[in-house]
Design a binder for this molecule. Structure first.
Ligand code: PEP
Ligand code: MN
Length: 338
């Protein structure tokens, strides 16, 4: 249930509604839209919600009885796009923002040189994994804290904010010390302990869709983070598993407009992990922008054939610069900038 207050509702009327909700054992989450306060009622309680009683309270305009399971992520509770600050811009706004960098942070000079190259091409943030979720325990697992330090040095040199994955709830405080954005990888999308930890951290989160997860599963995962009052959450479609084997995963283009419709959270697309082959990355990246994606996550490596992970899907800096030019043109064609 959502209580929509009148535009001129007094602060006292709003706090009375909140007090009523919490006294009944629920939680109240507020958002503003067109001068109105929307109060989303979430949680479980033995006390039934009496919509008519709320409708009769002073300052209440109407009751919206729709109750999507992902209440806080829904547009019903929060009609306006959420804008997530990144590098002086806001993801979810007019500008399409691109996050780029290697799959794994491989070394100090490599990450600094890559950061300079992607910045030059117009990237808004630097990505790179220091803790890597590898399918094989024998594959390179990342440089850990040393990798985080190199990322921070690259940020110092370029001014680009850093996006990096955290896999362990116990390491959230450490990764927060270095990262501007905590990435939750596809394999951890339903690691609820981790979602709670990043929610509590109040740090900006990039939540990737699990490869076998539905759009609703993704929104429910976002709900875990939002339930802690952390509203700086970006979603990312990164391809799902289907019967198709010609590409690494199948990019769910549908997810972009569907998510934009269902949620106020910014929606990014990762064409690199979606297709797994660099020759297809630009086409899928441009399709995502045309479909309404608020940003891209693109793997870029100085020498893709020598990358320790995901070289096959990584663009060279030159290919990335060319893609950025195309992204600008497609963004303009759909009324945005890049
Ligand atoms: C990544 O972005 O480096 C990554 C491992 O992606 P995903 O979690 O989508 O597989
Ligand atoms: Mn990768």
């Amino acid at each position: 249930m959502i209580v929509v207050m009148q535009p001129q509702a007094k602060a006292r009327a709003i706090s009375d509604v909140i007090a009523h909700i919490t006294a009944a054992g629920y939680d109240a989450h507020l958002s503003e839209f067109e001068g109105r306060t929307f109060i989303a009622v979430v949680g479980e309680s033995a006390v039934p919600l009496d919509a008519a009683a709320y409708a009769a309270m002073p300052g209440v305009e109407r009751i919206d009885s729709s109750s999507p399971p992902y209440m806080l992520a829904s547009r019903a509770a929060h009609p306006q796009n959420s804008l997530v600050p990144l590098n002086g811009a806001r993801v979810g706004g007019q500008k399409v923002l691109v996050i780029a960098g290697p799959c794994s942070v491989e070394g100090r000079s490599e990450i600094i040189e890559t950061a300079c190259a992607v910045k030059e091409a117009g990237a808004a943030a630097l990505r790179g994994g220091a803790f890597k979720p590898r399918t094989s325990p024998y594959s390179f697992q990342g440089h850990g804290e040393k990798g985080l330090q190199w990322l921070a040095e690259a940020r110092e040199k370029t001014g680009l904010p850093v996006v990096t994955e955290v896999m362990d709830p116990a390491l959230v405080p450490l990764v927060c010390q270095y990262a501007d954005v905590l990435q939750i990888g596809a394999r951890n999308m339903q690691n609820f302990t981790l979602l709670n930890a990043v929610g509590l951290s109040q740090h900006t989160v990039l939540l990737k869709r699990g490869m076998s997860s539905t759009i609703e599963d993704l929104l429910m995962a976002a709900e875990y983070i939002l339930a802690h009052g952390n509203t700086r959450v970006m979603l990312c479609e990164r391809g799902i598993r289907t019967f198709e084997r010609a590409t690494r995963n199948t990019f769910d283009l549908n997810a972009v407009p569907v998510l934009k419709n269902l949620t106020h959270l910014p929606v990014l697309a990762d064409p690199s992990h979606a297709v797994g082959m660099r020759e297809y990355v630009p086409a899928v990246a441009l399709a995502a922008v045309a479909a309404g994606a608020d940003g891209l996550l693109v793997e870029v490596h100085l020498d893709p054939d020598r990358a320790v992970s995901d070289g096959r899907q990584s663009l060279t800096p030159a290919a990335f610069a060319k893609l950025m030019e195309q992204v600008r043109r497609v963004a303009e064609a759909v009324g945005r900038t890049a």
